[in-house]
Design a protein around this ligand. Structure first.
Ligand code: SF4
Length: 380
């Protein structure tokens, strides 16, 4: 069962604990110069950062923004970053595919990935000439860790006639062994396109069993999968959905497709983080809940003041390793650099390019809700 914050609409999720002297310990003080540089930024986070906390944050924000200009660096901030990172220092914001595309296109010498390790690798795959830094090398992912390149080689031996699609939440090594990548915005499109290309009625989609089951419900293609899961999204249950509807009559429930299929069955709408954000921006629901990582609701709420957000609090411990403090340290010290052996990078890029070569969709695909969950054959 997900832990639900029962503090009423509009209450933000907890921000990471920050020592009062996090900035001072780095020789940064809240002086007149910092006030002048940051006063206009406070309204962007006033729902999440108290006036008492601001003097500990503002010097870090000012210093990070100065360092970015000095070093020709940009920060790619994933939707699951806390609002202080997402709104105050992120230059590009969005889901992993949007960020990877920005990484390839941006005119910068340094990319700081405010996200997890596989995202930094994806940036490096698409922008090999740029230095890609991640503020904490331990920012991993339960999905990416669930499968290795050796596992994929065994799958290929066992099922040589079926194309293998990998969700982008995997290491570069794994991508290098797969035929094409997908995101939660385009997974059904990719499965159908690769099935057609291979003239196959079956596609293997790894490593997220729940994404695979949710995709299989949307297509006539037979999908086989791998027993990986996101430790954040798998905590949501259909009982949570029922409890939310009872506690908050009229609430609109949006779910990410990494949630188990019975959650999507019970939800009102499902899609990638971009699709969820678009839904709120376009439909303006009065009261909404986003069944996804905690900080996403804060970031969408900040853009949609007319909507009340009920906030389930499932934090991703890997995403939460990224903080303003270690972003500052990362820019000062130039660490930690993400590198990929060139042969692996080239093969991984082929899998990403195969996805990017598909017709670009105007909007991320929504997943139909209300469908009966399917059981899929595992490739292990
Ligand atoms: S939210 Fe889930 S899929 Fe995303 S980084 Fe965390 S563990 Fe991985």
């Amino acid at each position: 069962m997900a832990r639900l914050i029962d503090s009423g609409p509009g209450c933000p999720t907890p921000t990471p604990l920050r020592g009062p002297n996090a900035a001072e310990a780095r020789g940064l003080v809240y002086d007149d110069a910092v006030r002048a540089e940051t006063d206009h930024l406070y309204p962007l986070v006033q729902d999440f950062v108290t006036p008492m906390e601001w003097p500990a944050i503002a010097p870090l924000v000012a210093a990070i923004n100065r360092l970015k200009a000095e070093k020709n660096a940009v920060i790619l901030a994933h939707n699951y970053m806390t609002p202080d990172i997402f709104r105050l220092v992120g230059d590009f914001r969005g889901d992993s595919l949007q960020l990877a595309r920005e990484a390839a296109a941006v005119d910068a010498d340094i990319i700081v990935q405010a996200g997890v390790h596989f995202m930094a690798e994806t940036s490096k795959i698409l922008a090999p000439q740029k230095t890609v830094l991640i503020p904490d090398m331990r920012a991993g992912c339960s999905l990416a860790d669930s499968i290795t390149a050796a596992d994929v080689r065994l799958i290929k031996q066992k099922f040589p006639d079926y194309p293998i699609v990998t969700y982008v939440n995997t290491s570069a090594d794994v991508k290098a062994e797969c035929h094409i990548t997908c995101t939660s915005s385009n997974a059904a499109q990719v499965v159908e396109a690769i099935a057609k290309e291979w003239n196959s009625d079956t596609v293997i989609l790894v490593p997220d069993q729940y994404l695979a089951k949710n995709v299989a419900a949307q297509t006539k293609i037979r999908v086989m999968t791998w027993p990986g899961s996101c430790e954040v999204h798998e905590m949501f249950t259909a009982d949570d959905v029922e409890a939310l509807r009872e506690a908050h009559p009229g609430v609109v429930i949006l779910a990410h497709p990494e949630c188990p299929p019975d959650v999507l069955e019970a939800a009102d709408f499902a899609g990638s983080t971009s699709a969820l954000a678009n839904y709120v921006a376009e439909k303006h629901p009065h009261k909404v809940v986003l069944l996804t990582e905690c900080s996403m609701s804060d970031n969408v709420a900040a853009e949609n003041p007319g909507t009340n957000f009920i906030r389930p609090c499932n934090l991703c411990p890997h995403m939460k390793r990224i903080t303003l403090e270690n972003i500052y340290d990362c820019l000062v010290k130039g660490e930690y650099e993400v590198t990929i052996p060139e042969d692996v990078r080239v093969r991984a890029k082929k899998a990403i390019d195969a996805m990017l070569a598909l017709p670009r969709m105007e909007k991320p695909l929504a997943f139909e809700t209300g469908l009966k969950p399917l059981e899929l054959e595992m490739v292990v």
